[in-house]
Design a protein around this ligand. Sequence first.
Ligand code: ASP
Length: 447
Amino acid sequence: MKVAKFGGSSLADSSQIKKVCEIIINDDERKIIVVSAPGKRFSSDTKITDMLINIANLRISGSEANNEFIAITKRFEDICSELNITFLYPSIFEHMKETIYSPINNKERYMDAVKSLGEDCSARIVAGYLNTIGHKASYCNPKLAGLLLTVSFGHAQVLPDSYERLSALRETDEICIFPGFYGYSTDGEVITFSRGGSDITGSILSAAVHADIYENWTDVDCVYAVNPCLVDRPFPIREITYDEMRELAYAGFSVLHEEALYPAFRKGIPVHILNTNNPCCKGTKIVSKRRNYDSLVTGIAGEKGFCTLNIKKYLMNREVGFAVKVFKILADEGVSIEHMPSGIDSISIVLRSSDFTAEKERRVIERISLDLEVDEVVVNRNLSIVMIVGEAMANTVGTTARAATALSKAGINLEIINQGASEISVMFGVKDEYCDYAVRVLYKEFF
Ligand code: ASP
């Protein structure tokens, strides 16, 4: 059994929905389908979810949002009429009207209820269209199916006992069309995941029904070894492990929602990235263990927006518990630590600049200087993290040397080098202005 999730661009209009349905009916194993809300039809278009958020905000601020309501319902009306399922439209319209114009007792609760409408209507439409073209399919409500979430509006997590209930979907004899992005609290309120969360729904359902594969249909042929905006026709990745993907995602690869791989990873279910607009393309498989290594390095990524907190103290290496005291100060400020390369009498702590505000920096420096009696503590901002990632690197001598040589020949100063114990990635810290250039240099070296 396959679980297939289709993203917003795959459902943007009636012709995209037809492609989706074609893909669904082409394979009997595609039994559980997760859909996003309609996305952009063209680059300047607005995603349905963004339109809904705008409407909710307008209503919360006391406006009627009537024009916006007309615009959004028109999009669903057009889709229904172009798919010849106009009989569905009145119920979609009523459901939207009822939710959008409901009394606002709690802003967050109201926002999530409105935000979920895009996925909900998408699922009703896909099920309705499949039925009219002669395939048994039904809209599956997350509450009835038992997808229960924590009560954190806009950032929900799945409650573990949901898996047991959702496993019953395995017995479905018709195609089940499940709206992504939202579930319910135990009190029956709609709650959404964070943005892009339909990927999470797909992963949860795959794990719950022990799917053979989780297909994630999007609008790119595959994942590339480097950001295609930086390099012309980059090398396609056909197979990548969850671990490699995690490392690359950390340094800016955005393929799936960050939390989405976890449920599939725990059950070892392969995730297959595919293109709705080019279904014959092989795509990229994310797996537990790789069989093929097409290249020494699997991918290269770079992300701006980091900083280092550099601390020096003579005889630091002899002071038991020094690092713990620094961690405690950062934890008190709610700042999470990204990396920590260290010397004998010094440590550099890599942090995300956005987490480490100027206000927090001032308090942290004050506490470190006074409580820990250090010789020096400074913060360097404008740091980028550039990573080369590949499991094949673990057994190959000299990969770091090759990368460092290429970067030095290009005149890029390395602020930090860090290689994790797993040896599947090497991280270089460079100044922000060198980030994209460093990625290109490394790509040229390894591909
Ligand atoms: N429609 C939601 C969003 O735009 C969720 C998703 O598409 O995955 O964030």
